[in-house]
Design a protein around this ligand. Sequence first.
Ligand code: F6R
Ligand code: ZN
Length: 188
Amino acid sequence: TEKFMPFVTELDFATGKLNPEGHVITRNLSHMKDMYYDQEAVRQLLGQNPLIYVVYNVVVPETAAHIQHCVTILYPGKVGNEYFMTKGHYHEVLDRAEIYFCLKGKGQLLMQTQDGAFASIDMVPGSVAYVAPEWAHRTVNTGDEPFVFFAAYPGDAGHNYGDIETEGFAKLSVEQNGEAVLVDNPRY
Ligand code: F6R
Ligand code: ZN
C-alpha cells in the first residue's frame, strides 16, 4: 500500500485561517435557528442572517489511524441576550476525545454527558482544553472579537448533531449586566 505522506498547513494567527483552506464549513443563523432560546430575536435577525462561524478542516482520511484537525472562527454577537455559539455535538463514536486550543478572543467551552453531567471551561489565548471521551461540546463567543480555536481529534470520531438538536444543552450562555453567565435552559 502507498505511504500517506507528511504535510503541513499554515495557520494565520491574525485571522485564524488555514492555508490551504481545506474543507470549509460556514454556519449562518439560518442553519441553527431552532437552537437559540429567544425565537422572537431569531425572527428579527433572520433577514440579515448573520454568519456565526466558519470551520477550516484539514482533509485527512476519517480512520482511527489519522488525526482530524481544524480551526473554528466563531464571530462575536448575540441572538437576544444569548451569545453566538456553535451547534455542538457528541462524537458519533461516543468515546472519542478532542483537544481545543484557543488562539484568539475569548469564549466558553460547554460540555455535557448523556447521564446529566455538565461542565464549562473559560477559554482565552493559550487555553488548551481536553474534551474527555463521551462529552458533548459546544463553544460560545463571550467577547467582542472573533473567538478562534484549533481542534484535533481521532479521524474516526464523526459527529452526532441530532441529540443536541432535539435536547439542546443544559445551560445557556447569556449576557446579564455586561457579564457572561450560565443559566438553566428552560427547554432542557
Ligand atoms: C470537531 C469539533 C470542532 C467543531 C467546530 C464546529 O469534532 O468539535 O471542530 O466541529 O467547532 O462546531 P459544530 O461541529 O458543533 O458545529
Ligand atoms: Zn468534536
